[in-house]
Design a protein around this ligand. Structure first.
Ligand code: FDP
Length: 325
């Protein structure tokens, strides 16, 4: 046993066989996460985790040793699960595991690569779909077709944040037993918050509505928003998302005018859709600035998307700034 599922998990899925397939696949991902978490905990005792391999993924990001190792670990774990196809941020194309199996999994096996050597939280993100006949079409579909999604955080605790479309739950890896145990049954994001997360060093590259909104936040209590704001930016999507799930807030990685960043930095399939799924199921919102992330079409495996998510009120305010423009 690797995870003690709550009685509520996947309850909304009426088909018993499908529910079992999802549970088996999540269990396999938990096995992978335990291995990755163990490697992270050893940190510098494992040689060269943050060293670049000389390779680059499809997005042109330099691959680090732990990116590659995590991808191998996730692949091996999914080979034991009812998974036909695996799409990874670290691979150019979809990997066929066994086309007769019922599910398809997309994953960023190691999110937050730039924090690997800094003892800061990093993680693994995943999305589960019903497999189609064809490998590619199993993934080129809207995020609203996910049947399960979530992420692991390798931090002070190793946690799993997950939804199967009926609320968001958090499990903690108990170091005493080696199993993931339910810690928070029905996560709820506060509707309002004055805390935001954005890489402010890109300020002069942002599109005008984002810049206008951020300038109004920075103006504080005397500015048009009439409130003092606070900033937190971990620089690992999973850690920023986990904090927002815990105490509210706003995350933005907008498009900007740097080369290759017109649609932001984050990938819709591996990052935005699964995070959007858990955020919505916890009562928050996730958009590309104006439109719901999970309604957007996914036309290529490594497609990027501007990403805005968190507490309802600030996400709505960002949309209002876009509309005013
Ligand atoms: P990383 O490149 O370190 O893996 O998607 C990748 C990601 O980190 C996110 O986890 C994080 O939110 C973002 O990129 C950080 O981007 P910046 O380097 O521009 O801050």
């Amino acid at each position: 046993m690797t995870i003690n599922f709550s009685s509520n998990f996947a309850k909304n899925i009426q088909n018993d066989a499908k529910r079992n397939d999802i549970r088996e696949t999540v269990s396999a991902l938990c096995v992978a996460a335990k291995q990755i978490s163990h490697i992270c905990a050893r940190g510098p005792l494992e040689s060269g985790l943050g060293d670049t391999t000389g390779g680059a993924n499809s997005d042109g990001d330099a691959q680090k040793a732990l990116d590659v190792r995590s991808d191998e670990i996730v692949t091996a774990a999914l080979e034991t699960a009812p998974v036909a196809y695996y799409a990874s941020e670290e691979q150019d194309d979809v990997v066929t595991l066994d086309a007769r199996k019922p599910l398809a999994v997309a994953s960023d096996p190691l999110d937050g690569s730039s924090n690997i050597d800094t003892n800061v939280s990093i993680g693994t993100i995943f999305s589960i779909f019903t497999a189609n006949e064809d490998a590619l079409s199993s993934f080129l579909r809207a995020g609203s077709e996910q049947i399960c999604g979530g992420f692991f955080v390798y931090g002070p605790q190793t946690t799993l944040v997950i939804t199967a479309g009926d609320g968001t739950e958090t499990y903690v890896l108990d170091p005493d037993t080696g199993d993931f145990e339910l810690a928070i049954a029905n996560m709820k994001i506060t509707a309002a918050s004055t805390e935001y997360a954005i890489n402010a060093s890109n300020h002069h590259h942002w599109e005008p509505p984002v810049r206008a909104y951020m300038e109004d936040c920075l103006a504080g209590a005397d500015g048009p928003l009439g409130e003092k704001y606070n900033m937190r930016w971990v620089g690992s999507l999973v850690a920023d998302a986990n904090r927002i799930l815990s105490r509210g807030g706003l995350f933005m990685y907008p498009g900007d005018d740097r080369e290759g960043y017109q649609a932001g930095r984050l990938r819709i399939l591996y990052e935005a859709n699964p995070v959007a799924f858990v955020i919505e199921q916890a009562g928050g919102l996730a958009t590309d600035g104006t439109q719901r992330i999970m309604d957007l079409s996914v036309d290529s495996l490594h497609q990027r998307v501007p990403f805005v998510f968190g507490s309802k009120k600030p996400v709505q305010m960002v949309a209002d700034y876009h509309d005013e423009k």
